[in-house]
Design a protein around this ligand. Structure first.
Ligand code: HEC
Length: 122
């Protein structure tokens, strides 16, 4: 798969730093999700560059029907919860070797917020 240059610019915009928050702020997470929406929809069955994230909380990794996962993600065997989502978003390739999701979310507070948002629309 070849990513368009615009996606790489979006990836660069994901960089940031800040303190970790204990509980995510779903309202701010909705804004953060704007960065994910380049590649992910929240409509069931609507896969873009990445799989739909509708219902991702509690789902087994690599199991959205009709989406062609990397071998790494297909074999990862994770269940997406707060801890696994945080770890994957912090360092996608280190968490799931071979994943084709190459962009992470370095800011811990942004991760907590986007996870809270995903759960709120799960
Ligand atoms: C540049 C495109 C892109 C962006 C931006 C992106 N992703 Fe992804 N994401 C992907 C791709 C492609 C996959 C499939 C990975 C694979 O098969 O290895 C994926 C997979 C995932 C998965 C695993 C889904 C499953 O069904 O197992 C989660 C969770 C996820 N992304 C969350 C996010 C979140 C949250 C954001 C925003 C912070 C984000 N992604 C931003 C492209 C992207």
């Amino acid at each position: 798969m070849k990513l368009k240059p615009t996606l790489w610019i979006a990836a660069l915009l994901l960089a940031g730093t800040g303190p970790a928050l204990a509980d995510g702020d779903a309202a701010h997470g909705k804004i953060v999700f704007g960065r994910c929406a380049v590649c992910h929809s929240l409509d069931a069955g609507k896969n873009l560059v990445g799989p739909s994230l509708k219902g991702v909380a509690g789902r087994k990794s690599g199991t959205v029907a009709g989406y062609q996962y990397s071998k790494g993600m297909a074999a990862a065997g994770l269940t997406w919860d707060d801890a696994t989502l945080d770890k994957f978003l912090a360092a996608p390739s280190a968490t799931v070797p071979g994943t084709k999701m190459l962009v992470g979310l370095p800011n811990p507070a942004d991760r907590a917020d986007v996870i809270a948002y995903l759960k709120s629309v799960n």
